[in-house]
Design a protein around this ligand. Sequence first.
Ligand code: SF4
Length: 321
Amino acid sequence: MTILEVKNLSLGFTCENGFHQALYDVSFSLKKGQMHALVGESGCGKTISAMSIMQLLPKNAKIISGEILYSSENICQMSQAQIQKLRGSKIALIPQDPMTSLNPLYTIGDQLLEVIKIHQGLKGEEAFKKATEALDAVQIPCAKERMKAYPHEFSGGMKQRAIIAMALACNAEILIADEPTTALDVTIQAQIMNLLAKIKNEVNTSILLITHDLALVSENADYISVMYAGKIVENAPSSEFFNNTKHPYSLALLKSLPSSKRNEKLQTIAGQPPTIQQIISGCKFHPRCDFVMEKCKFEIPQNYNVGTEHHCACFLNENIR
Ligand code: SF4
């Protein structure tokens, strides 16, 4: 069952030197109990797509067209009061740096109890029980004692768990995890990814995972959308994506993953992704593409159907089906 659908979303920013488009016809959906990974380099439009869902866009952003449907209602047309109700209780954001969401002046318990009061209407013992259960669920040991701790007494991984606990305590149906492990070391990264997978499987929460790291999503994501320069260039169920990768950018991302073989040279993608101010004709990946053809420089590739639920915006796939 589809729980969230982003349909043909185009968006831009008014800057000092004019209006610049940042998202082009972005479409993807999130199913109940599914982890959908939105993958790409910094500045490709992943985070701004997520912020559009949360309606936390900067003032100079403008949605040009498209809609974001939650329970068949367009989030872009909701009132501030409706949006406030949705945030936290239905859709929760897990940020890159948990300190941006935790108040250093209040204990973890106070902050958990506050969100439970606002979103669940619970108080006293009932709220305390819900809060400790949520801390237990995210595997924070001695949950009752930890309620009294301040954020600075938690490690980076524990802070991120506390944020996830807040979302769980509010029974959020959708978690938007924006590079949730970037600020953590590698072993803790794996623990947080396992925790998100556990929540997805046991609580049936839907997760939109935003990341630049394909390796991180290879085990847990059900569906993958690769973004480049504000556009989804390839999307497919995870196994289909990894077994039958089609887009030259996705292939380049996969090749740039570190290998377990010793002494193997790390491959990089030549050049830089374009900024939103840069105008690039044709396929926006063409200046960096190993397979570039003459038409790629002037024509924009369509999103070709290349397999079961598998789409790819590249001329190389024009005649596959
Ligand atoms: Fe490369 Fe052309 Fe495909 Fe773009 S359309 S990814 S430039 S081959």
